[in-house]
Write a protein that binds this ligand. Structure first.
Ligand SMILES: Nc1ncnc2c1ncn2[C@@H]1O[C@H](COP(=O)(O)OP(=O)(O)O)[C@@H](O)[C@H]1O
Ligand SMILES: [Mg+2]
Length: 366
């Protein structure tokens, strides 16, 4: 996957823009390349342009500007049904008057595949999603999860090289969603299918994807593997959108190499890693993950920075303790600590020192 360029890309968006009304751009200068076999998720809040991107790739919308390439060829003039793309949406969209087997057979008939081969492919696709016994049912006789399995089988039955999924699990309950998340990634990887998956659920994006493109306001804010997105957010939007995050506002005083000094608005001075700041005097929002903060004195590493904090709440959660602190005027500062035998227990009102490593504290845009 590393080193992929537009040349060996299977899917490429090049400077793509989209406006529906000729005025506002809902997709702004989108550049994205995907190698074959990748599972990429477009993650972002509602209205950030994810579905629009998927619709342009599928051919149901045209780009206002720029080009989309599939396997190196521009697809602007290829109609949707000739792009060889499988699709799954949130609202199943199975044909209600057809049986499960007929629903699956339909994309094969459209492609003029003979009867015996059709039956063989339908059977295999149904087995793949563990729905072999349901071939004679109509969609109304299936649960939501079963319908979505059939929709998935229908998208895969003609063995497309590219599958697009737009919030396919959005209507299902949590447990079913988790089961199907696992099944979808397993199928995609086993079949070597290139997948573009759209969701607004960050957990879903992190657990399923090879890479995640975080969308906001029609732009990709960051495109990276899940661990990089979480550990190394490049701006405040990504830091805040992915996972839980503590922030403190202040002004950059000095930048030297890979550390900077930040004076917080409450007067405290801390070290941080300059990520999205460029010069002294600039306002910044520093960002630190709850599990990177330590208050057990003997576990603080050399070089760790300490600050005074007041305990607001100390909550036992089984596997972890969740501590809410007041730090530098922010009383929503969260620390997560593993439930270990030597873990100190805290009481509300207690004054403690907390610490972290400067490289875990990222100075981002204010
Ligand atoms: N068919 C359409 N006509 C006009 N505006 C649209 C249409 N589809 C989407 N939009 C607008 O484009 C923006 C992006 O929408 P969309 O791509 O659906 O975002 P997302 O899938 O991230 O929620 C929104 O402001 C939405 O209202
Ligand atoms: Mg959408």
């Amino acid at each position: 996957m590393a080193g992929s360029s537009a040349n060996d890309a299977f899917v490429a968006f090049e400077r793509v823009q989209k406006s529906y009304d000729g005025e506002t751009l809902v997709v702004k200068d989108l550049n994205l390349t995907m190698p074959k076999g990748e599972f990429l998720t477009m993650l972002g809040p509602s209205g950030s342009g994810k579905t629009t991107c998927l619709m342009m790739l599928a051919g149901f919308e045209t780009a206002t500007h720029g080009e989309i390439l599939l396997d190196g060829k521009p697809i602007n003039n290829i109609p949707p049904h000739k792009r060889g793309i499988g699709m799954v949406f949130q609202n199943y969209a199975l044909f209600p008057h057809m049986t499960v087997a007929e629903n699956l057979s339909f994309p094969l008939e459209v492609r003029k595949i003979g009867k015996s081969e059709r039956e063989e492919k339908v059977r295999r696709a149904l087995d793949m999603v563990q729905m072999g016994k349901f071939d004679g049912r109509r969609p109304a006789q299936l649960s939501g999860g079963q319908q979505q399995r059939i929709a998935l089988a229908r998208a895969l039955v003609f063995e497309p090289e590219l599958v697009l999924m737009d919030e396919p699990l959005g209507a299902l309950d949590k447990q079913l969603r988790e089961t199907l998340q696992f099944e979808i990634t397993r199928l995609a990887h086993n079949l070597g299918i290139t997948t573009v998956y759209v969701t607004h659920d960050q957990t879903e994006a992190l657990t399923m994807s090879d890479r995640v493109a975080v969308f906001d306001d029609g732009r990709i804010q960051q495109l990276a593997p899940p661990d990089v997105l979480y550990e190394q957010p490049q701006n405040s939007f990504v830091a805040q959108f992915i996972g839980e995050n503590n922030t403190m506002d202040g002004v950059v005083q000095e930048i030297k190499g890979d550390t900077c000094i930040v004076k917080l608005d409450g007067g405290e001075v801390i070290d941080a890693k300059p990520v999205n700041v460029s010069k002294p005097g600039e306002r910044t929002r520093v960002s630190i993950r709850p599990e990177r903060v330590e208050f057990n004195k003997d576990r603080l590493k050399p070089g760790a920075h300490t600050l005074k904090a007041e305990v607001m709440e100390f909550i036992y959660m089984g596997d972890i303790f969740r501590t809410r602190l007041r730090v530098a005027g922010n009383d929503e500062f969260i620390v997560k600590t593993r439930n270990a035998p030597d873990q100190v227990r805290l009481r509300p009102g207690q004054q403690i020192d907390i610490g972290w490593l400067p490289q875990d504290c990222r100075a981002l845009d204010a």
